[in-house]
Ligand binder design. Structure first.
Ligand code: FAD
Ligand code: FES
Length: 411
């Protein structure tokens, strides 16, 4: 009798807690407004045809509506961007980035910055960290683009921007629980994914691990705490590696230390989650192989690095200039079923595809962002300059390569 009563009580408690959780999520969705949820859900492009139609070709002029300093030291700034043509903005896949063409005093620059807010029809937001001169090497200049943004780009400034792009983005089809991991300024694509999922009322369990030195450096932490209070399916784990005296573990942050495999193992039942990671090289070098070693399917580990290639063993492409006597080569684009002859001096494979009207993703056009990564089904390519992006095995970047032999590209 006692065992039966206990079993009954346990089942009733589980049912009640499930019902309470469901009710809280339902109530929140009602409070946050179904209109915005429905809008966000219906405007996101999913098929590649929709994605192409949703963007624009070339560069479009934007104005900086306003800028907001996000951290105590004034080193991280958000820029709110509205299009000069006043037309609604196409939605993007949360996790994607914008490519900027900057006319600095000294030289034209192209740089990518992740969209740090959810898709909205009226503005885009990017959040940029000032890159200082490396403290260990004297004489090296500070980052050109980031300092230009911080020092020269003010309210009313005009910017030339390419449509959102990039292959590192949320899988919209899935309803599985997911883990977002952002280190330092690598939090930006995670903010976009998180805000999007919460505003559409997704019931997916979302775990966010955000590594920063301390509360001076962590951005939007108050916003994240508010979201956690409002959404029972969102679990925030702020990790401070060098907390300040006023920072309180269990108060304004959860864990003293970096985001590492031990912490993930202690906090999560690891199997089955898709992981999305973006952070500094040290973080990526420990977490990506660490997750693979734990048996996580590599197809479930999605990552992006903002800087140079950071994962050992994946920087396989070395610069290899085309010989002076380079000859013409046949390039077969297998998905499009098109064969095109590349002539010496004919530019990169990206230019070849674009000239022939073959749909191809691109961002930085300089080997930095990985957006143009394409499967190389057969043949070999020359890299015109050392690429920064991590390249998956059997793939190549189109923007910095020319053919070394006849090629088959999965495009
Ligand atoms: C897909 C993607 C998304 C991104 N999203 C974001 C984002 O959301 N927010 C963000 O802040 N950044 C982001 N980045 C990074 C951003 O694109 C820039 O790389 C970053 O702002 C630095 O650019 P910079 O022009 O300021 O620095 P650069 O001028 O390119 O300099 C970079 C570093 O190289 C050093 N350096 C300069 N000259 C030399 C030299 N001769 N030899 C050796 N070192 C040298 C500089 O001191 C500096 O430390 C993203 C990058 C990518 C690819
Ligand atoms: S477009 Fe950025 S790596 Fe090719």
């Amino acid at each position: 009798m006692i065992i039966a009563a206990l079993l009954f009580a346990q089942t009733a408690a589980m049912l009640l807690s499930g019902y309470y959780r469901h009710w809280r999520q339902h109530k929140h969705r009602l409070q946050s407004g179904n209109t915005s949820a429905a809008t966000a859900r219906t405007t996101l492009p999913t098929t590649s045809r929709e994605k192409k139609a949703a963007g624009w070709s070339g560069f479009r002029e934007f104005e900086v509506k306003h800028r907001v300093i996000e951290d105590t030291d004034g080193q991280i700034c958000s820029f709110y961007l509205v299009p000069m043509d006043g037309k609604p903005l196409p939605a993007f896949q949360p996790g994607q980035f914008l490519t900027f063409r900057l006319s600095t005093d000294n030289e034209p620059l192209t740089r990518c910055y992740s969209l740090s807010d959810r898709p909205r029809p009226d503005y885009y937001r990017v959040t940029i960290k000032r890159v200082l001169s490396p403290s260990n090497e004297t004489g090296l200049p500070p980052g050109r683009s980031s300092n230009y943004f911080h020092d020269q780009i003010t309210q009313g400034s005009r910017l030339q921007i390419k449509a959102p792009a990039g292959q590192f983005h949320l899988d919209q089809e899935s309803d599985r629980p997911l883990v977002l991991i952002g280190g330092g300024i690598g939090i930006t694509p995670m903010l976009s994914m998180l805000e999007h999922l919460l505003v559409i009322g997704s019931e997916r369990e979302i775990w966010l691990f955000y590594g920063a030195r301390n509360s001076r450096e962590a951005i939007m932490s108050q916003r994240l705490r508010t979201l956690e209070q409002q959404h029972p399916n969102f679990h925030l784990h702020l990790c401070f590696s060098q907390p300040l005296e006023g920072d309180l573990e269990g108060g304004n942050y959860q864990h003293h230390g970096r985001v590492d495999i031990d912490l993930l193992r202690k906090t999560l039942p690891l199997a089955g989650y898709p992981f999305y990671l973006c952070g500094p090289p040290a973080m990526m070098q420990s977490l990506v192989p660490g997750l693979e070693a734990l048996g996580i399917d590599p197809a479930n580990i999605h990552y992006e690095a903002f800087g140079p290639a950071s994962l050992p063993g994946r920087q396989s492409a070395t610069p290899d200039l085309p010989p002076e006597n380079a000859t013409a080569h046949q390039v077969y684009f297998s998905r499009s079923g098109r064969q095109i002859t590349w002539q010496p001096g004919g530019g990169s494979l990206l230019e070849l595809a674009e000239t022939e009207g073959i749909e191809v993703d691109s961002g930085c056009r300089a080997g930095g962002c990985g957006a143009c990564q394409t499967r190389l089904e057969s043949g070999e390519v020359h890299y015109e300059s050392p690429p920064d992006a991590d390249i998956a095995s059997g793939h190549c970047l189109l923007c910095t390569t020319t053919p070394k032999s006849n090629l088959v590209l999965q495009l």
